[in-house]
Design a protein around this ligand. Sequence first.
Ligand SMILES: Cc1cc2nc3c(=O)[nH]c(=O)nc-3n(C[C@H](O)[C@H](O)[C@H](O)COP(=O)(O)OP(=O)(O)OC[C@H]3O[C@@H](n4cnc5c(N)ncnc54)[C@H](O)[C@@H]3O)c2cc1C
Length: 470
Amino acid sequence: MPDDTRRSCGAAVLDYTQPIDTGDIPDDGSAFDVIVVGGGPAGSAAAAYNAMNGSKVLLIEKDLWPRDKPCGDAVGGKSLSHAKELGVLDLVDESPHYVVDSIVFGSANGSEVRVMLPKEAYEAQGLQSGYALPRQQFDWLMFYRGQEIVREHGGAVIQGYSVLEVTHEGEGASAQITGVRVKEGGKRGDGPELTFTAPLTIGAGGYNCPVARKITEELHGEPLRDDDHFCGGYREYWEGVEGLDGDIGPIEIHFIDEVLPGYFWLFPVRDGLVNVGIGMLISEQRKQTGMKKSLKKIQQWVIEEHPRFKERFANASMISGSAKGWQLPFGSPRKKAPSFQPRRNAMAGAMTVGDAASLVDPFSGEGVGNALVSAKMTSAHFDRVAHADGFPESAAVAYMTDLWDTLGKELSNSTKLQRMMKWKRLCNYFVKRASKKPEIGEMMSEMIASKETQKVLWNPWFLFKTIVLP
Ligand SMILES: Cc1cc2nc3c(=O)[nH]c(=O)nc-3n(C[C@H](O)[C@H](O)[C@H](O)COP(=O)(O)OP(=O)(O)OC[C@H]3O[C@@H](n4cnc5c(N)ncnc54)[C@H](O)[C@@H]3O)c2cc1C
């Protein structure tokens, strides 16, 4: 990636391409109040919020910083309010980024509408409407602050150690998670193995988190992954894409035939650098045949052949080594207790957050915001004194209920929107109407800023008068 990395942060100078010193490794057998598995945004925030709540926290990350994470790199208002609370927003402001002031939606038949984000609503909270910056940079800053807060509060942070086993006592669904066994360099590494214990272990290890696997497959006999609720995502970084320069402006989402019900995106992340990617439900992807099988191939075809995009990429070049695929676990509607399907998020001794809890918005693909919301919620449900002998099942159920009460409505609405996008004609019609009727643009802008407003969309009279009436 082009070098523009050093930025001052108050008196200090932070360089997000450099390693982060996280201090000494705790002794084998050490006990903590909270162990957090994974140092992405969810884990860094969960560790910081629990430390700020008085807990002695151990934060464990398998990679060494700096590390990359395939993503669209858009950081919305929900994420920014937590970044502000944790002291990360100032660091983001000091480092190169793109300010997102609007979203361009494109439909399969070529209609486009640019929806301005409601700047005033965000400014009232002292925030920009949204940022885009490479996750390598955003996650570095989140982890940097997370480890600082954890260590200031008497906890410890480990990098380069992978959690190989989540330990438990008891059997099956009535077991209690008790801690973790870790190894330097992962399974194949030749470093030492260590064990740590805590009344609460938080799973923040992403879509394949060992804590989530333990809670679902291993102890409840439930699936960790379901292709109807998992999305494949693929991203590359490009320079020189026509129409996308400067450090403020729109991000672009295109619902094109070859990708529906997913989308093709163009998200600038700083002046001249654009994150280009594609996302599609894995079950839908499997239905595709021939050359359009892999997301990488579909993206290559769009860039080289699609009549609307090939000109824009004519003088552009891909940053070598930036092509990466990953998975997005969607926040599909959950069944009520005792099922909690398709994803159980907690049990005695453990809670999961972010992608480990399958909370990615099914329409927008945004996952960082809900990762940070869920991370903060764990600190409200864990009481280091009351739960000193173990985080009980009743508290786990309370967390799952609270999580779904908080996020369920917007995630369910997004699931409906995502399914609607399968209907190409409706998608075409909607974008075309929005380009001609300002109220529709305003409604879309409101929907993006306030997920609560999405429920208005399901009012048939509102839909009729906004979309159908001239
Ligand atoms: C292609 C793509 C585009 C996306 N676009 C956007 C977007 O534009 N905006 C947005 O908000 N979201 C987007 N998302 C979703 C977003 O990337 C995720 O929701 C977000 O990364 C979740 O954060 P997390 O901390 O839960 O998990 P991760 O970011 O996956 O972090 C998990 C961490 O846990 C560590 N870990 C894993 N296993 C272990 C282990 N055994 N031991 C120790 N550590 C472990 C990993 O190394 C990693 O650092 C996108 C996702 C994809 C794939």
